[in-house]
Every structure is written in structure tokens, then in C-alpha cells.
Design a protein around this ligand. Structure first.
Ligand code: GAL
Length: 638
């Protein structure tokens, strides 16, 4: 596969006289894709029912004539003002019961059937007009589901849709009462219409109620997306995609992805480091202008799974953003590094956000490839360098990794509902697993419960997998030589009850006798080095103790092909667990220096240096903020 570059462009923001020049400059930069349209509803339909597409026809023509392929967005993340007059109750409602008003974006509730119909209508009109346009080579549906906390809405529409959803799920009110344990605190219902949304209660609502609402809210996103997919499918053969976000787990991306052809995501490494990651001050200072060395790769690998192998970066940070608490500039080289790193992980396209910085409105302080007055911003040169590097690279062929992580969105909803300890967070736990594998130089795949593969992985990690029923346990066993579960894996049933056989690992004689959670400064030490933090299970049983806490109780227990990790490991403990698992399954490890990461494909090995200094490793020197790429012929030294 030959990877390509793209850019996000807003023709409606600029005089038409600039469009052809912009297109020519994009091509000169080495860009071949341009995404447009996703926020332009008020120009497509200024008055209800009066469509104005002439400007968009001309924009697509000009971009296409320059040789660019267009990704056309449906504009449903930004319903125009008249829409709110037409459907005043389409606005989402927050947990405090306040309406989320017009004046920014994503101001709609996924459960509002009138708005779903409007979205399908505009998608269909666009599909009819552009579905066979030779320049429109892909479609983006909506923009960043979940952005600005918009998956969950406590509106009247959500309430009535939730009640029907519950009736479908449980069949009878008695079954629901039983499944949720509603006898506790006399919460039993006599009919589905008595059930409210789980907000504004006196104290914590029933976790089963909250988890059901989270599942429902996720299903509403998937259904909304599918409604637009169904409108477009018959009208175009171009692939359909959506742009997901970093560390947003509010809906099941695998389910949304099932209806699409390509997964894309929006990568803002420096913004994420400052506002979306737990890390100490030293780490945040070291990587202030580079971003965290694992955060981007984590999402590249996750979205490769969501897209079943086909994925892009739809928005790549090009300079300072506007939305983090502080917005430093990338160090020279980083825009090129991020782009090549994505390509190493299999991106078909890396597309920059945005072409030219807007001089008006909310994002006027957000950099683009050009300044607002049309001069090159620093990232333009790096985009060109990336294009040059790509034209020199041969085809990059991806291959299955030896290790995988089972990722489960519903586990995040469960543990956010009842964390039990403030430091216990699903993303944080899975990310710490991922980091440990990358410190050991491993390339990592993600799998979902539904896509546990036929092909065997050597090791699959399933940290914090909330529910482990017999079916998952069997399929896990069939897809790897060694499954490493825990902490908290199998700790609840589908309806948030403690299962009879804890931790739900029927094949392993290992029972959880007690759970404790710890404040951030407390650790439980492990014999030989490392410690557990945040979460500790005290387990007993006949499974072999592989590692013990210093008080003699097991922290890692297991048999031949299934291990249970009874605590949230710190880095040192993770290193030991990864090493033991690798030794057992014959996986070769590398000791990566701080900030240097390695990605292996079938054809190339990429060394990615997030450090602000050059780094020597394994006979190579990788420059500061640079990527060293070798074609694979001779086997690497281990
Ligand atoms: C993304 C969004 C873009 C733009 C960008 C700014 O979340 O999709 O429209 O707002 O962030 O960084």
C-alpha cells in the first residue's frame, strides 16, 4: 500500500478567488486528499428546503481539477439555527437537566427522531448530488461523535427511547428488577414507563441502571450513524468513514465501525499530553513539544482494529492548538515524525488539520499549514518533507503482531460507573499495558470481543475486562497461547452483579477473597521488584503463584495458558509480567531506551525518536524528533 497525505479545508471560509490557488498549492505540497463540507450546512441549506449547492459544486470541481480526491462530509455535527426553531426539543440535555444550547456545535440529541430524519434527508440529498461525482472519493459521516461530551443526553427523547430499549432488552419488568437487584433500597418498578434516566437522584443510582443507560447511549450513536450509512450506500460506491477521537470511549467504536469502510481519527499529540493523560511533571515537561511517545501509537493500533485494517489519521496536529490549557508549538521535525509514525502503523492517509488558520471564531488561535494571511506556517515544510519521504518508501505491508490487547468499551462504562478507587480507570489500565509492551519493543494489535481472531496470537492481554463469560473464555483460549487477565477482569456480570465464580475465570482455580483500592501515593510491593497501585485483589486457590506480594499473597497466578494479575501494576511490575509472558511463549523482546519506539511491519522496521536529542540504539543513531526507517532483509539483532 502506498500511503498518501491529505488536508482539511473549508472553502466556505475563503473567497472563491482563492480556491484554485489553494488547490494548486496543496498539490505542490504533495497532498492528494482534501476533506471538505462537514460544518457547512448553513450554506448548503440557508433556508429550510432551499438547497444551495452551486458553490459546493464549484469547490469540488476546482479541487478535483487540480488532481485532488475529495472526502465529502455530511454536515450533521452543525445543524443550522433554523433547525432549532423547527425542532426546539432536539437539543441535548446535560446531567443537571440544563439544555445545551445553539451557538457552537454538536447541539443535538442522538435520540431525537426528528433530527435523525433531518440528518438522513441531508445525507440523501448530498448522496444524490455527489454520490457519483468522480472527484468525491470518500464520505465522512458527521464529525467526531462524542466530542464535547455529547454521547449522553438526558432529554425527553432519550427517556422515551431508553424505556423502549429496556423493554426490548429485558422483555418483562420483573426480569429487569431481578437483573438489576432492585429489591435493594425498594427500587422495584411495576412498569417500564416508571423508569427515569439515572441522573438527579439523591445519591448514587443503581450501577446496573447506569450501565444500561451507557449501553443504550452507545447504541443510539451506532443507530444514528447507520441511518446515514443506509441513506448513502445505494448512492455511492465510495468508502464511508467517520473521524473518531483520542481517549473518548463513550460509545462502542467497534459497533459504529462495523457499518463503515474505514476508521479515521484525529491526532493532537501535544494537546493530548497536556489535557488527556495522567503523567508526572517530569514526563509532561520532557515531552511538552512532542507529545507522549505512546499515545498516538495506541490510537493508531486501536483504530486499525476498529477499521478492520483500514484506517487514516483524518486530522493531524500541525502546530499549536487552541483548546488545551497551554498550547506549545511542536519541536521542529515533530509534524513529520507524527505523520511517518502513523504510516508505520498502517495509516492509508495522514490528513492535516487544517489548510489555513481561520482568522475568525472559536479556532482562530489554532495553527494550520498556512497562516491566516496565507504565508507558510512551519508545518507546511514538514508536510512536504513527509510527502517526499513517502515517495521514496516502497510499499509498506502490515502484518499481524505477536501480542494483542483485548479492548472493550463497555468495561470503561462499567468501571466509570463504580470505580471503587479514584485511580482506577479503564483507559489508564489498558494504556499502562500498552506502554509496557512498547517499552519491550513489541508491535501490538487490538482485538474486540467480537473479533477474537482464528489466527493465534502468542499473548493476549485482557486487563480490566469487566465480564468474562464462558464463551469469551473459550474464544480467548482458542485465539492465543497465553491469555493474561486482570486486575478486575470478570468481576461483574452483564447486569453489574458480582458473579458466583469470581473472577469469572472458570478454567483457573483462583478466587478473589477481598479487593482494596489505594490512594495515589501508596503501593503494595512485590517480591523481587515492582508493585501494585490503585487496585489490589487478594486471591487464593490452587492455581500456581507466579509472583507474590511481599506479604506472601499472589499477585500473578496461573496455569499453562491463563494468568490472572491481581493488581494494577506499576511500570516495574508490568516489565516483569511482560518478560515472563514473553519467555513462556517465545516472543523476542527489545529493551527500548526512554522515548524511542519501534514498529515492525512485514516490510520495514521504524524507529521513532520522541526525544529532543539523538539516540543511539542497536547500532543505529536516530536523530532528535526523527524516524529511522529500514527495509527488512536481514533479521534484526535482538
Ligand atoms: C477536532 C475537530 C475539528 C477541530 C479540531 C481542532 O476535534 O474535529 O473540527 O475542532 O479538533 O483541534
Amino acid at each position: 500500500m502506498k500511503p498518501e497525505l491529505g488536508v482539511c479545508y473549508y472553502p466556505e471560509h475563503w473567497p472563491e478567488a482563492l480556491w484554485a490557488e489553494d488547490a494548486a498549492r496543496m498539490v505542490e505540497t504533495g497532498i492528494s486528499w482534501v476533506r471538505i463540507g462537514e460544518f457547512a450546512w448553513s450554506r448548503m441549506e440557508p433556508v429550510p428546503g432551499e438547497m444551495q449547492f452551486d458553490w459546493l459544486d464549484r469547490a469540488i470541481d476546482k479541487l478535483g481539477a487540480a488532481g485532488l480526491q475529495v472526502v465529502l462530509g455530511t454536515p450533521t455535527a452543525t445543524p443550522p439555527r433554523w433547525m432549532i426553531e423547527k425542532h426546539p426539543d432536539m437539543l441535548a440535555v446535560d446531567a443537571q437537566g440544563n439544555t445545551r444550547n445553539f451557538g457552537s456545535r454538536r447541539h443535538y440529541c442522538f435520540s431525537h427522531s426528528g433530527y435523525v430524519e433531518e440528518s438522513v434527508r441531508i445525507a440523501r440529498i448530498m448522496g444524490e448530488r455527489y454520490g457519483r461525482n468522480p472527484h468525491v472519493a470518500a464520505w465522512q459521516i458527521d464529525n467526531e461523535y462524542g466530542c464535547h461530551d455529547t454521547t449522553i443526553s438526558y432529554s425527553r427523547s432519550a427517556l422515551s427511547a431508553f424505556r423502549s430499549w429496556l423493554e426490548d432488552q429485558y422483555g418483562s419488568i420483573n426480569a429487569l428488577n431481578e437483573a438489576w437487584g432492585n429489591i435493594f433500597w425498594s427500587m422495584e418498578y411495576a412498569e417500564f414507563d416508571q423508569i427515569d434516566l439515572p441522573n438527579l437522584t439523591v445519591t448514587e443510582p443503581n450501577p446496573a441502571h447506569v450501565l444500561a443507560f451507557r449501553r443504550f447511549s452507545s447504541d443510539q450513536v451506532a443507530a444514528y450513524n447507520k441511518a446515514q450509512v443506509d441513506a448513502l450506500r445505494g448512492l455511492t460506491d465510495a468508502p464511508l468513514l467517520h473521524n473518531y477521537m483520542g481517549r473518548v470511549l463513550d460509545f462502542d467504536h467497534f459497533k459504529v465501525g462495523d457499518d463503515l469502510d474505514i476508521a479515521t481519527w484525529d491526532s493532537y499529540p501535544i494537546g493530548f499530553l497536556s489535557d488527556r493523560l495522567e503523567a508526572d511533571e517530569t514526563h509532561k515537561t520532557t515531552y511538552l513539544q512532542q507529545g507522549d511517545p505512546d499515545m498516538q501509537a495506541f490510537h493508531h493500533d486501536l483504530y486499525r482494529a476498529v477499521g478492520r485494517g483500514r484506517w487514516w489519521v483524518m486530522e493531524q496536529q500541525p502546530g499549536p492548538v487552541n483548546w488545551a490549557p497551554y498550547n506549545p508549538a511542536p519541536l521542529p521535525g515533530m509534524v513529520r515524525l507524527w505523520s511517518l509514525e502513523a504510516i508505520a502503523h498502517g495509516a492509508e492517509v495522514v490528513s492535516y488539520f487544517r489548510w489555513r488558520q481561520a482568522p475568525f471564531a472559536q479556532e482562530q488561535m489554532h495553527a494550520g499549514l498556512l497562516t491566516p494571511n496565507n504565508r507558510p506556517a512551519p508545518a507546511l515544510v514538514e508536510a512536504k518533507q513527509t510527502a517526499d519521504a513517502l515517495s521514496e518508501l516502497g510499499d509498506i505491508v502490515q502484518t499481524q503482531a505477536q501480542v494483542a490487547i483485548l479492548f472493550d468499551y463497555a468495561s470503561d462504562w462499567a468501571w466509570a460507573t463504580q470505580p471503587q478507587g479514584a485511580g482506577f480507570d479503564y483507559f489508564r489500565l489498558v494504556f499502562s499495558t500498552y506502554r509496557a509492551l512498547r517499552r519491550a519493543g513489541l508491535s501490538v494489535d487490538f482485538v474486540s470481543q467480537d473479533t477474537l481472531p482464528q489466527d493465534r496470537y502468542n499473548i493476549i492481554f485482557a486487563p480490566g475486562l469487566a465480564t468474562v463469560d464462558r464463551d469469551i473464555e473459550r474464544r480467548l483460549g482458542e485465539s492465543c497461547n497465553l491469555a493474561v487477565l486482570g486486575p478486575r477482569s470478570g468481576a461483574i456480570t452483564h447486569d453489574f452483579q458480582i458473579p458466583e465464580a469470581r473472577p469469572g475465570l472458570h478454567g483457573l482455580n483462583c478466587n478473589v477473597d477481598l479487593v482494596e483500592t489505594l490512594p495515589p501515593n501508596i503501593r503494595r510491593s512485590v517480591e523481587g521488584g515492582g508493585a501494585a497501585q490503585h487496585w489490589v485483589d487478594r486471591v487464593s486457590g490452587s492455581a500456581t503463584d507466579l509472583l507474590r506480594f511481599t506479604d506472601g499473597t499472589p499477585v500473578l497466578s496461573g496455569d499453562d495458558d491463563l494468568w490472572y494479575l491481581a493488581g494494577f501494576p506499576d511500570d516495574a511490575l508490568w516489565n516483569r509480567v511482560v518478560e515472563m509472558a514473553a519467555r513462556k511463549t517465545g516472543v523476542a523482546l527489545y529493551q527500548m531506551p526512554e522515548g524511542l519506539r519501534r514498529r515492525e511491519t512485514a516490510t520495514h522496521v521504524f524507529l521513532i525518536n520522541y526525544n529532543a536529542q539523538p539516540i543511539a540504539w542497536n547500532g543505529d543513531v536516530v536523530d532528535a524528533c526523527d524516524v529511522a526507517i529500514t527495509e527488512k532483509d536481514a533479521p534484526e539483532k535482538v
